[in-house]
Design a protein around this ligand. Structure first.
Ligand SMILES: Cc1cc2nc3c(=O)[nH]c(=O)nc-3n(C[C@H](O)[C@H](O)[C@H](O)COP(=O)(O)OP(=O)(O)OC[C@H]3O[C@@H](n4cnc5c(N)ncnc54)[C@H](O)[C@@H]3O)c2cc1C
Length: 427
């Protein structure tokens, strides 16, 4: 029994042997809570620099968003460069852009260095779902090419969109050849294997119940173990719950959903996605999709803001898929699954250190494949010897969600529903 929720990713990944739970009195330089990209990347980089490291995962590695996401590895940050320039000034915006590009390279490098077989592919296509979004996307292409010397990106006018996809209802396309895409669970399990090969410990079914901070040492407790560590890293993202209240209201957990069709015949797959890219649209509640190695369409769309998932995820996502690809009306949906991610108010990640002892990174806002991997590396570097890029990211001000962890949902739900309604009604 593998104890992951059902998904096409679980069905198509070679599973790792389950690691034992932590037990007894243990001591390490660094104790990492959470076995997704943030925690595993951090563990890998710390182990490389000779630290003794343990990863404690409540379920299985890759059980959270890192094993369930769309697999898009986008460039830049989740917030666009215009917004970053306005909020932080041009020099900082340029540093954040550089870090975003380095994050994509980091993913590719980790895949290569560790021989991770995770279907790494190239190119993202972002499509204007409304005529009113075209000018903004056109401007962004120009801005990236002229201000950031980024020549991997180009715009495609509506008359040529069939070269990108047979999907309907689009008005403009942005092709980004610098972006990557991959099989998220295979990538995550590959990172976990690399972590263990480097000599770090991974304990599964080891839910952390409490963290006690003292001046020189921190104590982390699970049901069966008490772990002393000089530093603790919180890498729980959307699954943090109330484990560490000082950072809980910096983020809001939301749920997002994906379906996988049956394998498509070659001609249909070539019409839907002739460049074998990852694709997404410009709606506030974004739709995103790509093909699997066996030509299934992996299509994500739809969010919920409560702690419940829809009763039938395939029924929930199907209308969004068919609105873009009516030609798939008879395609069977073999899998439907959901996951929980964390967003911040301005969609920039929330990195920091609490009392010099507890490092954290969270709130990747749907852009975590590259940025969570990078955040793990930055925390490792900061623990090791201090790091300018960690200081850059942790220096970005994170606004708390009003109402704190308990009451933050109603105001978020009202805001999110307003914007998704505007998407449905607007031009
Ligand atoms: C449906 C969906 C689609 C997405 N699509 C994309 C995409 O295409 N591209 C992209 O860039 N991003 C995407 N994201 C976001 C991306 O998946 C996340 O930002 C990223 O995986 C976060 O990694 P993480 O390691 O920080 O958190 P997670 O992968 O969520 O890992 C956190 C881990 O912490 C563990 N944990 C929690 N509490 C405890 C505790 N008390 N003790 C021990 N362990 C604990 C959990 O069990 C979990 O395994 C998507 C997310 C979802 C849900």
């Amino acid at each position: 029994m593998h104890s992951y929720p059902d998904s096409w990713y679980v069905a198509s990944s070679p599973m790792l042997a389950e690691q034992p739970p932590a037990s007894g009195d243990l001591a390490y330089d660094v104790c990492i809570v959470g076995g997704g990209y943030t925690g595993l990347s951090c563990a890998l980089h710390l182990a490389k620099s000779g630290k003794s490291v343990v990863v404690l995962e409540a379920e299985r590695v890759g059980w959270g968003a890192s094993g369930r996401n769309g697999g898009h590895v986008g460039i830049g940050q989740r917030a666009d460069q215009y917004s970053l320039e306005k909020w932080y000034g041009k020099p900082t915006a340029k540093e954040l852009w550089r870090l975003g590009l380095e994050a994509v390279d980091l993913v590719s490098d980790l895949v290569k260095e560790n021989g991770i077989d995770c279907e790494l592919g190239k190119t993202n296509i972002h499509l204007a779902a409304k005529r009113s979004h075209v000018d903004e996307l056109r401007d962004e292409v120009d801005h990236l090419r002229t201000e950031y010397n980024y020549d991997q990106v180009s715009g495609v006018e509506s008359s040529s969109l069939e070269e990108l996809t047979s999907g309907v209802g689009f008005h403009y396309g942005v092709v980004d050849r610098g972006a990557r895409h991959l099989h998220p669970l295979k990538y995550c399990l590959g990172l976990a294997e690399a972590v263990m090969t480097m000599g770090a410990y991974v304990f599964e079914k080891s839910r952390v119940k409490s963290i006690d901070i003292k001046a020189d040492r921190t104590t982390v407790s699970t049901d069966k173990a008490v772990i002393k560590a000089q530093k603790v890293v919180l890498a729980c993202n959307g699954y943090l719950g109330n484990l560490f209240p000082p950072i809980a209201s910096n983020i809001m957990p939301i749920n997002n959903f994906i379906v996988a069709t049956e394998p498509l015949d070659e001609a249909t797959a070539n019409r839907v996605n002739p460049m074998n890219a990852s694709l997404s649209d410009s709606l506030f509640v974004i739709n995103y999709w790509k093909l699997s190695e066996d030509r299934r369409l992996i299509f994500g769309g739809g969010e919920t803001y409560s702690d419940k998932f829809p009763e039938s995820i395939t029924d929930f996502v199907r209308p969004k898929l068919l609105a873009i690809y009516p030609e798939l009306k008879d395609a069977r949906l073999d899998y439907g699954w959901g996951g929980t991610l964390a967003i911040t108010r301005n969609r920039m990640p929330d990195l920091g250190v609490h009392q010099g002892m507890v490092y954290y990174a969270q709130g990747f806002s749907g852009h975590g494949v590259p940025t969570a991997t990078m955040a793990g590396k930055l925390i490792a570097a900061a623990i090791d010897a201090g790091n300018d890029d960690f200081d850059l990211m942790s220096g970005l001000k994170t606004l708390k969600f009003p109402g704190g962890p308990l009451l933050r949902r109603p105001s978020l739900v009202a805001g999110m529903l307003f914007y998704s309604l505007r998407d449905r009604l607007g031009k």
